[in-house]
Design a protein around this ligand. Sequence first.
Ligand SMILES: NC(=O)c1ccc[n+]([C@@H]2O[C@H](COP(=O)([O-])OP(=O)(O)OC[C@H]3O[C@@H](n4cnc5c(N)ncnc54)[C@H](OP(=O)(O)O)[C@@H]3O)[C@@H](O)[C@H]2O)c1
Length: 390
Amino acid sequence: MIRIALLGATGSIGRSTLAVAARHPDRFRVVSVSARRSVSALAEIVEQVRPERAVLADQAALDDAGGAGMRGSTVWSSGAESVAELAAAPDVDVVVNALVGAAGLDPTLRALEAGHRLALANKESLVAGGHLVRRALERGGGTLIPIDSEHSAILQCLAGVADDAVRRVVLTASGGPFRGWSRDRLATVDPEAALKHPTWSMGAKISIDSATLANKALEVIEAHFLYGLDYDRIGAVVHPQSIVHSFVEFVDGSVLAQVGDPTMELPILYALTYPERVPDPSLQGFDPVRSSPLTFEEIRHDAFPLFGLGVAAGRRGGVAPAAFNAGNEIAVSAFLDRRVSFPGMARVVESAVEAVGASEPDSVDEVWEADRVARQVARAEVERLKEVSA
Ligand SMILES: NC(=O)c1ccc[n+]([C@@H]2O[C@H](COP(=O)([O-])OP(=O)(O)OC[C@H]3O[C@@H](n4cnc5c(N)ncnc54)[C@H](OP(=O)(O)O)[C@@H]3O)[C@@H](O)[C@H]2O)c1
Protein backbone atom coordinates (compact mmCIF):
# COMPACT_ATOMS: atom_id res chain seq x y z
CA MET A 1 0.00 0.00 0.00
CA ILE A 2 1.52 3.33 -1.09
CA ARG A 3 0.70 6.06 1.43
CA ILE A 4 0.14 9.40 -0.30
CA ALA A 5 0.32 12.95 1.08
CA LEU A 6 -1.73 15.01 -1.36
CA LEU A 7 -0.92 18.74 -1.21
CA GLY A 8 -3.42 20.84 -3.15
CA ALA A 9 -6.17 18.20 -3.05
CA THR A 10 -8.94 20.63 -4.07
CA GLY A 11 -7.23 21.71 -7.30
CA SER A 12 -7.22 20.28 -10.79
CA ILE A 13 -4.19 18.00 -10.29
CA GLY A 14 -5.34 17.21 -6.75
CA ARG A 15 -8.72 15.96 -7.97
CA SER A 16 -7.15 13.97 -10.80
CA THR A 17 -4.86 12.35 -8.23
CA LEU A 18 -7.87 11.47 -6.07
CA ALA A 19 -9.58 9.92 -9.12
CA VAL A 20 -6.50 7.81 -9.91
CA ALA A 21 -6.14 6.72 -6.28
CA ALA A 22 -9.84 5.82 -6.05
CA ARG A 23 -9.47 3.42 -9.00
CA HIS A 24 -6.63 1.57 -7.25
CA PRO A 25 -7.77 1.14 -3.63
CA ASP A 26 -5.56 -1.94 -3.25
CA ARG A 27 -2.47 0.08 -4.16
CA PHE A 28 -2.91 3.66 -2.87
CA ARG A 29 -4.12 5.24 0.35
CA VAL A 30 -4.37 9.03 0.63
CA VAL A 31 -3.30 9.67 4.22
CA SER A 32 -3.18 13.46 4.23
CA VAL A 33 -4.69 16.27 2.18
CA SER A 34 -4.35 20.04 2.01
CA ALA A 35 -5.92 23.10 0.42
CA ARG A 36 -5.38 26.81 0.78
CA ARG A 37 -8.76 28.05 1.92
CA SER A 38 -11.45 25.87 0.21
CA VAL A 39 -12.77 24.51 3.50
CA SER A 40 -15.98 22.91 2.28
CA ALA A 41 -14.32 21.33 -0.76
CA LEU A 42 -11.61 19.88 1.48
CA ALA A 43 -14.19 18.68 3.99
CA GLU A 44 -15.98 16.79 1.19
CA ILE A 45 -12.72 15.16 0.16
CA VAL A 46 -12.05 14.21 3.78
CA GLU A 47 -15.51 12.62 3.92
CA GLN A 48 -14.69 10.54 0.83
CA VAL A 49 -11.12 9.40 1.47
CA ARG A 50 -10.98 9.61 5.28
CA PRO A 51 -7.34 10.70 5.53
CA GLU A 52 -5.51 10.88 8.84
CA ARG A 53 -4.69 14.59 8.50
CA ALA A 54 -6.15 17.61 6.70
CA VAL A 55 -4.52 21.03 6.51
CA LEU A 56 -5.67 24.45 5.35
CA ALA A 57 -2.75 26.72 4.51
CA ASP A 58 -4.85 29.74 5.42
CA GLN A 59 -5.22 29.91 9.20
CA ALA A 60 -8.22 32.25 9.01
CA ALA A 61 -10.15 29.85 6.75
CA LEU A 62 -10.01 27.12 9.40
CA ASP A 63 -11.00 29.55 12.15
CA ASP A 64 -13.90 30.91 10.08
CA ALA A 65 -15.21 27.42 9.36
CA GLY A 66 -15.53 26.81 13.11
CA GLY A 67 -15.38 23.03 12.65
CA ALA A 68 -18.24 22.89 10.12
CA GLY A 69 -18.12 19.64 8.12
CA MET A 70 -15.14 18.36 10.07
CA ARG A 71 -16.50 15.08 11.36
CA GLY A 72 -14.69 11.77 11.74
CA SER A 73 -11.23 10.97 13.02
CA THR A 74 -9.25 13.20 10.64
CA VAL A 75 -7.02 15.66 12.50
CA TRP A 76 -7.36 19.19 11.10
CA SER A 77 -4.75 21.93 11.34
CA SER A 78 -3.73 25.08 9.50
CA GLY A 79 -0.83 27.20 8.34
CA ALA A 80 1.95 26.90 5.76
CA GLU A 81 4.20 25.10 8.24
CA SER A 82 1.53 22.41 8.72
CA VAL A 83 1.42 21.90 4.93
CA ALA A 84 5.22 21.45 4.91
CA GLU A 85 4.92 19.01 7.83
CA LEU A 86 2.60 16.82 5.75
CA ALA A 87 5.37 16.67 3.13
CA ALA A 88 7.98 15.66 5.69
CA ALA A 89 5.87 13.17 7.71
CA PRO A 90 7.79 9.92 8.18
CA ASP A 91 4.79 7.64 7.57
CA VAL A 92 4.34 8.76 3.95
CA ASP A 93 5.65 7.03 0.81
CA VAL A 94 4.81 9.57 -1.89
CA VAL A 95 4.19 13.30 -1.61
CA VAL A 96 2.13 14.73 -4.46
CA ASN A 97 2.88 18.45 -4.62
CA ALA A 98 -0.06 19.91 -6.54
CA LEU A 99 0.12 23.38 -4.99
CA VAL A 100 0.23 26.37 -7.27
CA GLY A 101 3.01 28.95 -7.19
CA ALA A 102 6.22 29.41 -5.21
CA ALA A 103 4.28 28.41 -2.07
CA GLY A 104 5.18 24.88 -3.17
CA LEU A 105 8.92 25.37 -2.58
CA ASP A 106 9.06 24.60 1.16
CA PRO A 107 6.99 21.39 0.85
CA THR A 108 9.16 20.31 -2.11
CA LEU A 109 12.34 20.79 -0.09
CA ARG A 110 10.90 19.15 3.01
CA ALA A 111 9.66 16.08 1.10
CA LEU A 112 13.04 15.54 -0.57
CA GLU A 113 15.02 16.19 2.61
CA ALA A 114 12.87 13.54 4.31
CA GLY A 115 13.92 11.10 1.58
CA HIS A 116 10.43 10.69 0.12
CA ARG A 117 9.37 10.18 -3.42
CA LEU A 118 8.07 13.54 -4.62
CA ALA A 119 5.55 13.46 -7.45
CA LEU A 120 5.91 17.07 -8.53
CA ALA A 121 3.22 19.00 -10.37
CA ASN A 122 4.24 22.29 -8.75
CA LYS A 123 6.79 23.37 -11.39
CA GLU A 124 7.15 26.79 -9.75
CA SER A 125 9.11 25.26 -6.85
CA LEU A 126 11.73 23.91 -9.24
CA VAL A 127 11.89 27.20 -11.12
CA ALA A 128 12.20 29.32 -7.97
CA GLY A 129 14.66 27.10 -6.12
CA GLY A 130 16.11 24.64 -8.64
CA HIS A 131 19.60 24.44 -7.11
CA LEU A 132 18.21 24.05 -3.61
CA VAL A 133 15.84 21.34 -4.81
CA ARG A 134 18.77 19.44 -6.41
CA ARG A 135 20.72 19.80 -3.18
CA ALA A 136 17.78 18.54 -1.07
CA LEU A 137 17.44 15.61 -3.44
CA GLU A 138 21.09 14.64 -3.00
CA ARG A 139 21.09 15.21 0.75
CA GLY A 140 17.84 13.44 1.55
CA GLY A 141 18.15 10.60 -0.93
CA GLY A 142 14.56 11.07 -2.11
CA THR A 143 13.25 10.69 -5.66
CA LEU A 144 11.84 13.45 -7.82
CA ILE A 145 9.31 12.37 -10.44
CA PRO A 146 7.63 15.04 -12.55
CA ILE A 147 3.88 15.08 -13.11
CA ASP A 148 3.95 17.70 -15.86
CA SER A 149 2.99 15.75 -18.98
CA GLU A 150 5.98 17.03 -20.98
CA HIS A 151 8.51 15.99 -18.34
CA SER A 152 6.75 12.71 -17.70
CA ALA A 153 7.04 12.09 -21.45
CA ILE A 154 10.78 12.76 -21.32
CA LEU A 155 11.20 10.50 -18.29
CA GLN A 156 9.34 7.72 -20.11
CA CYS A 157 11.52 8.14 -23.23
CA LEU A 158 14.68 8.08 -21.09
CA ALA A 159 13.96 4.73 -19.43
CA GLY A 160 17.10 2.61 -19.71
CA VAL A 161 19.04 5.33 -21.55
CA ALA A 162 22.56 6.47 -20.57
CA ASP A 163 22.89 10.23 -19.84
CA ASP A 164 25.43 10.74 -22.62
CA ALA A 165 23.07 9.21 -25.21
CA VAL A 166 20.79 12.27 -25.22
CA ARG A 167 21.44 15.07 -27.72
CA ARG A 168 18.48 17.28 -26.78
CA VAL A 169 14.84 17.35 -25.75
CA VAL A 170 11.98 19.23 -27.38
CA LEU A 171 8.96 20.18 -25.27
CA THR A 172 5.61 20.56 -26.97
CA ALA A 173 3.23 23.46 -26.27
CA SER A 174 -0.42 23.59 -27.29
CA GLY A 175 -0.01 27.26 -28.18
CA GLY A 176 -2.99 28.13 -25.98
CA PRO A 177 -6.28 29.74 -27.02
CA PHE A 178 -4.64 32.62 -28.92
CA ARG A 179 -2.29 30.72 -31.19
CA GLY A 180 -2.00 32.61 -34.46
CA TRP A 181 -3.51 35.84 -33.09
CA SER A 182 -1.92 39.15 -34.08
CA ARG A 183 -0.35 41.36 -31.41
CA ASP A 184 -3.13 43.94 -31.89
CA ARG A 185 -5.80 41.34 -31.32
CA LEU A 186 -4.00 40.04 -28.22
CA ALA A 187 -4.39 43.48 -26.66
CA THR A 188 -8.18 42.87 -26.56
CA VAL A 189 -8.02 39.53 -24.71
CA ASP A 190 -10.00 39.22 -21.45
CA PRO A 191 -9.57 36.70 -18.59
CA GLU A 192 -12.61 34.64 -19.62
CA ALA A 193 -11.17 33.98 -23.08
CA ALA A 194 -7.70 33.32 -21.70
CA LEU A 195 -9.05 30.74 -19.22
CA LYS A 196 -10.57 28.64 -22.02
CA HIS A 197 -7.77 26.28 -22.91
CA PRO A 198 -8.32 24.43 -26.19
CA THR A 199 -7.02 20.99 -25.12
CA TRP A 200 -6.50 20.83 -21.34
CA SER A 201 -8.78 21.51 -18.37
CA MET A 202 -6.61 23.08 -15.66
CA GLY A 203 -6.47 25.53 -12.77
CA ALA A 204 -6.64 29.28 -13.47
CA LYS A 205 -2.97 30.13 -13.06
CA ILE A 206 -1.58 27.49 -15.42
CA SER A 207 -4.36 28.25 -17.92
CA ILE A 208 -3.19 31.87 -18.15
CA ASP A 209 0.44 30.71 -18.26
CA SER A 210 -0.46 28.48 -21.19
CA ALA A 211 -2.15 31.37 -22.99
CA THR A 212 0.95 33.58 -22.63
CA LEU A 213 3.41 30.67 -23.11
CA ALA A 214 5.04 31.60 -19.77
CA ASN A 215 4.15 28.01 -18.89
CA LYS A 216 6.54 26.71 -21.55
CA ALA A 217 9.34 28.88 -20.22
CA LEU A 218 8.68 27.52 -16.70
CA GLU A 219 8.87 24.04 -18.20
CA VAL A 220 12.16 24.71 -20.01
CA ILE A 221 13.66 25.76 -16.66
CA GLU A 222 12.04 22.73 -15.04
CA ALA A 223 13.65 20.44 -17.67
CA HIS A 224 17.03 22.07 -17.04
CA PHE A 225 16.90 21.16 -13.36
CA LEU A 226 15.20 17.78 -13.76
CA TYR A 227 17.44 16.38 -16.46
CA GLY A 228 20.65 18.39 -16.00
CA LEU A 229 20.54 19.65 -19.61
CA ASP A 230 21.95 23.04 -20.53
CA TYR A 231 19.55 25.46 -22.18
CA ASP A 232 20.95 24.93 -25.69
CA ARG A 233 19.74 21.35 -25.48
CA ILE A 234 16.13 22.17 -24.55
CA GLY A 235 13.83 23.21 -27.37
CA ALA A 236 10.11 23.90 -27.54
CA VAL A 237 7.64 23.69 -30.40
CA VAL A 238 3.93 24.44 -30.73
CA HIS A 239 1.79 21.35 -31.24
CA PRO A 240 -1.90 22.36 -31.12
CA GLN A 241 -3.34 18.85 -30.75
CA SER A 242 -1.46 18.12 -27.46
CA ILE A 243 -0.99 14.47 -28.46
CA VAL A 244 2.81 14.35 -28.59
CA HIS A 245 3.89 15.25 -25.07
CA SER A 246 7.61 15.79 -25.86
CA PHE A 247 10.48 14.47 -27.95
CA VAL A 248 13.89 13.14 -26.92
CA GLU A 249 16.56 13.17 -29.60
CA PHE A 250 19.53 10.84 -29.17
CA VAL A 251 23.14 11.26 -30.28
CA ASP A 252 22.63 8.84 -33.18
CA GLY A 253 19.80 11.01 -34.56
CA SER A 254 17.01 8.71 -33.37
CA VAL A 255 14.01 10.50 -31.79
CA LEU A 256 11.51 9.08 -29.30
CA ALA A 257 8.20 10.71 -28.39
CA GLN A 258 5.56 9.79 -25.86
CA VAL A 259 2.04 10.20 -27.25
CA GLY A 260 -1.53 9.94 -26.01
CA ASP A 261 -4.73 11.88 -25.47
CA PRO A 262 -4.34 14.89 -23.18
CA THR A 263 -5.04 13.65 -19.66
CA MET A 264 -3.07 14.32 -16.50
CA GLU A 265 -4.18 11.03 -14.98
CA LEU A 266 -1.57 9.05 -16.90
CA PRO A 267 1.45 11.12 -15.77
CA ILE A 268 0.03 11.12 -12.24
CA LEU A 269 -0.32 7.33 -12.21
CA TYR A 270 3.18 6.95 -13.67
CA ALA A 271 4.65 9.28 -11.03
CA LEU A 272 2.97 7.25 -8.27
CA THR A 273 4.14 3.85 -9.54
CA TYR A 274 7.42 4.66 -11.40
CA PRO A 275 9.25 2.71 -12.71
CA GLU A 276 6.43 0.18 -12.65
CA ARG A 277 3.50 0.45 -15.04
CA VAL A 278 0.15 -0.69 -13.70
CA PRO A 279 -2.99 -1.51 -15.71
CA ASP A 280 -5.70 1.15 -15.72
CA PRO A 281 -8.63 0.47 -18.07
CA SER A 282 -9.95 4.04 -17.62
CA LEU A 283 -6.94 5.44 -19.43
CA GLN A 284 -7.62 5.10 -23.12
CA GLY A 285 -5.17 3.81 -25.67
CA PHE A 286 -4.07 5.84 -28.63
CA ASP A 287 -5.86 5.90 -31.98
CA PRO A 288 -3.48 7.41 -34.56
CA VAL A 289 -6.17 7.84 -37.22
CA ARG A 290 -8.58 9.63 -34.89
CA SER A 291 -5.74 11.88 -33.70
CA SER A 292 -4.63 12.85 -37.21
CA PRO A 293 -3.29 15.17 -38.38
CA LEU A 294 -0.54 16.08 -35.93
CA THR A 295 1.01 19.46 -36.69
CA PHE A 296 3.95 21.47 -35.36
CA GLU A 297 4.82 25.18 -35.53
CA GLU A 298 7.52 27.53 -34.32
CA ILE A 299 6.81 29.59 -31.18
CA ARG A 300 5.95 33.20 -32.17
CA HIS A 301 8.28 35.20 -29.95
CA ASP A 302 6.88 38.57 -31.09
CA ALA A 303 3.35 37.75 -29.90
CA PHE A 304 4.32 35.69 -26.84
CA PRO A 305 7.39 37.40 -25.34
CA LEU A 306 7.01 35.73 -21.94
CA PHE A 307 8.47 32.54 -23.37
CA GLY A 308 11.74 34.22 -24.38
CA LEU A 309 11.84 36.25 -21.16
CA GLY A 310 11.55 33.13 -19.05
CA VAL A 311 14.17 31.16 -20.96
CA ALA A 312 16.53 34.15 -20.74
CA ALA A 313 15.96 34.25 -16.96
CA GLY A 314 16.76 30.54 -16.83
CA ARG A 315 19.97 31.07 -18.79
CA ARG A 316 20.94 33.95 -16.53
CA GLY A 317 20.52 31.63 -13.56
CA GLY A 318 20.91 32.54 -9.89
CA VAL A 319 17.72 34.09 -8.56
CA ALA A 320 16.57 35.31 -12.01
CA PRO A 321 14.20 32.32 -12.51
CA ALA A 322 12.75 32.94 -9.01
CA ALA A 323 12.14 36.58 -9.99
CA PHE A 324 10.60 35.52 -13.31
CA ASN A 325 8.25 33.21 -11.45
CA ALA A 326 7.34 35.78 -8.78
CA GLY A 327 6.75 38.53 -11.35
CA ASN A 328 4.65 36.15 -13.38
CA GLU A 329 2.48 35.24 -10.37
CA ILE A 330 1.79 38.93 -9.80
CA ALA A 331 1.12 39.52 -13.51
CA VAL A 332 -1.32 36.59 -13.77
CA SER A 333 -3.23 37.65 -10.70
CA ALA A 334 -3.39 41.28 -11.95
CA PHE A 335 -4.62 40.10 -15.35
CA LEU A 336 -7.31 37.92 -13.75
CA ASP A 337 -8.41 40.98 -11.71
CA ARG A 338 -8.41 43.09 -14.93
CA ARG A 339 -5.68 45.37 -13.58
CA VAL A 340 -3.27 44.68 -16.41
CA SER A 341 -3.77 43.82 -20.09
CA PHE A 342 -2.71 40.57 -21.69
CA PRO A 343 0.38 42.15 -23.36
CA GLY A 344 1.05 44.18 -20.19
CA MET A 345 1.87 40.98 -18.30
CA ALA A 346 5.21 40.65 -20.11
CA ARG A 347 6.22 44.17 -19.09
CA VAL A 348 5.36 43.39 -15.45
CA VAL A 349 7.46 40.24 -15.49
CA GLU A 350 10.36 41.95 -17.24
CA SER A 351 10.48 44.62 -14.54
CA ALA A 352 10.59 41.91 -11.87
CA VAL A 353 13.48 40.04 -13.50
CA GLU A 354 15.43 43.28 -14.01
CA ALA A 355 15.09 44.06 -10.29
CA VAL A 356 17.28 41.19 -9.08
CA GLY A 357 20.92 40.22 -9.54
CA ALA A 358 22.11 36.87 -10.79
CA SER A 359 23.86 35.59 -7.67
CA GLU A 360 23.36 31.92 -6.88
CA PRO A 361 21.03 31.53 -3.86
CA ASP A 362 22.70 29.56 -1.14
CA SER A 363 19.67 29.32 1.09
CA VAL A 364 15.93 29.39 0.79
CA ASP A 365 15.93 32.79 2.52
CA GLU A 366 17.86 34.23 -0.42
CA VAL A 367 15.23 32.84 -2.80
CA TRP A 368 12.46 34.41 -0.70
CA GLU A 369 14.29 37.74 -0.66
CA ALA A 370 14.51 37.75 -4.48
CA ASP A 371 10.87 36.66 -4.63
CA ARG A 372 9.88 39.54 -2.32
CA VAL A 373 11.78 42.17 -4.31
CA ALA A 374 10.43 40.85 -7.61
CA ARG A 375 6.84 40.91 -6.35
CA GLN A 376 7.22 44.43 -5.00
CA VAL A 377 8.61 45.74 -8.30
CA ALA A 378 6.01 43.82 -10.31
CA ARG A 379 3.16 45.28 -8.22
CA ALA A 380 4.55 48.78 -8.78
CA GLU A 381 4.73 48.11 -12.52
CA VAL A 382 1.09 47.01 -12.53
CA GLU A 383 0.17 50.34 -10.92
CA ARG A 384 2.35 52.31 -13.36
CA LEU A 385 0.78 50.58 -16.39
CA LYS A 386 -2.69 51.30 -14.96
CA GLU A 387 -1.86 55.00 -14.69
CA VAL A 388 -0.40 55.09 -18.21
CA SER A 389 -3.51 53.48 -19.71
CA ALA A 390 -5.98 55.60 -17.65
N1 LIG B 1 -3.88 21.42 -13.99
C1 LIG B 1 -3.08 20.79 -14.81
O1 LIG B 1 -3.54 20.08 -15.71
C2 LIG B 1 -1.58 20.88 -14.64
C3 LIG B 1 -0.74 20.24 -15.56
C4 LIG B 1 0.63 20.29 -15.37
C5 LIG B 1 1.18 20.96 -14.28
N2 LIG B 1 0.34 21.59 -13.42
C6 LIG B 1 0.92 22.31 -12.27
O2 LIG B 1 0.36 21.74 -11.10
C7 LIG B 1 0.23 22.75 -10.08
C8 LIG B 1 -1.22 22.80 -9.63
O3 LIG B 1 -2.01 23.21 -10.74
P1 LIG B 1 -3.60 23.12 -10.69
O4 LIG B 1 -4.05 23.48 -12.05
O5 LIG B 1 -4.03 21.81 -10.09
O6 LIG B 1 -3.93 24.33 -9.69
P2 LIG B 1 -5.32 24.68 -8.97
O7 LIG B 1 -6.43 23.96 -9.63
O8 LIG B 1 -5.37 26.15 -8.85
O9 LIG B 1 -5.13 24.03 -7.50
C9 LIG B 1 -4.16 24.50 -6.60
C10 LIG B 1 -4.26 23.79 -5.28
O10 LIG B 1 -3.30 24.32 -4.38
C11 LIG B 1 -3.95 24.99 -3.28
N3 LIG B 1 -3.22 26.23 -3.06
C12 LIG B 1 -3.20 27.33 -3.85
N4 LIG B 1 -2.37 28.27 -3.35
C13 LIG B 1 -1.86 27.76 -2.20
C14 LIG B 1 -0.99 28.25 -1.21
N5 LIG B 1 -0.44 29.48 -1.29
N6 LIG B 1 -0.69 27.45 -0.17
C15 LIG B 1 -1.21 26.22 -0.07
N7 LIG B 1 -2.07 25.71 -0.96
C16 LIG B 1 -2.39 26.46 -2.02
C17 LIG B 1 -5.37 25.22 -3.73
O11 LIG B 1 -6.25 25.30 -2.61
P3 LIG B 1 -7.66 26.12 -2.71
O12 LIG B 1 -8.58 25.23 -3.49
O13 LIG B 1 -8.08 26.30 -1.30
O14 LIG B 1 -7.35 27.41 -3.42
C18 LIG B 1 -5.61 23.97 -4.57
O15 LIG B 1 -5.83 22.86 -3.76
C19 LIG B 1 0.72 24.06 -10.72
O16 LIG B 1 2.07 24.24 -10.41
C20 LIG B 1 0.58 23.78 -12.22
O17 LIG B 1 1.49 24.55 -12.99
C21 LIG B 1 -1.01 21.56 -13.57
